[in-house]
Design a protein around this ligand. Structure first.
Ligand code: CA
Length: 230
């Protein structure tokens, strides 16, 4: 799966050149041109990196970064600053940026910084890949219970998370409701099979392109459920 980058840059020439070079290097790129759009994308999608210009319409790059951090976004941010803006570099790092690059920059340097930052971030995160579930366009972090869903970025309840982890951990297997109840709810409680059904319905709203026609959280009629990632 190629890494996904958000580019927030209002200068069309720069944006086009950066996007083309990143795509040529194998990255997937979403490109927006205003601060508010950038913030919205950061809050509702998971990116491996964000390239954030300082001077943007609507909201500057510092504010975008600060607000994103305030909202719990951990995506590494590489600020694009104009030449000689020493103050801007400091302000960017203060706002929560991870690195900066001074315009005009050479594409090889940009690509090197991008790769280094993504590598550093992945290593620092230290989350074993098994703790982060990716399927379709969705992602779930089982440590933070944070998920990217049809409703944007949401925090799952402990039970929703436990159910999803149980199902996904046995991908492709038929899981009878009784097994699900025993493993996710435990024997000290008295939920019914209906409880499982209700939780699955909730998960489908979050994690199915069409909850009426589930592809990930499948019903095996009369028997139970089956999780299919792709
Ligand atoms: Ca600009």
């Amino acid at each position: 799966m190629s890494e996904r980058i958000l580019l927030i840059e209002d200068e069309a020439l720069v944006a086009d050149m950066v996007r083309l070079n990143l795509e040529h290097a194998g990255f997937r790129v979403d490109s927006v041109t205003t601060g508010p759009d950038g913030l919205e994308h950061l809050r509702t999608h998971v990116y491996d990196l964000a390239l954030v210009d300082v001077m943007l319409p609507g909201m500057d790059g510092f504010e975008v970064t600060r607000r994103a951090r305030g909202a719990g976004v951990v995506t590494p941010v590489l600020m694009l600053t104009a030449r000689g803006e020493t103050q801007a570099k400091v302000a960017g790092l203060d706002a929560g940026a991870d690195d900066y690059l001074t315009k005009p920059f050479a594409m090889p340097e940009l690509l090197a910084r991008v790769r280094a930052l993504i590598r550093r971030h992945t290593a620092a995160r230290g989350v074993p890949s098994s703790r982060e579930l990716r399927f379709g366009v969705y992602r779930v972090n089982f440590d933070t219970r944070e998920a990217i869903t049809n409703e944007g970025r949401v925090t799952l309840t402990e039970r929703e998370c436990a159910l999803l982890e149980f199902l996904a951990g046995r991908e492709g297997e038929l899981l009878p409701r009784t097994d699900i109840l025993e493993n996710v709810w435990g024997m000290d409680r008295f939920p019914t099979a209906r409880t499982v059904d209700n939780y699955v319905l909730r998960l489908r709203k979050l994690f199915e392109p069409d909850p009426e026609e589930p592809v990930h959280l499948q019903t095996v009629r009369g028997r139970g459920y089956r999780f299919v990632g792709e």
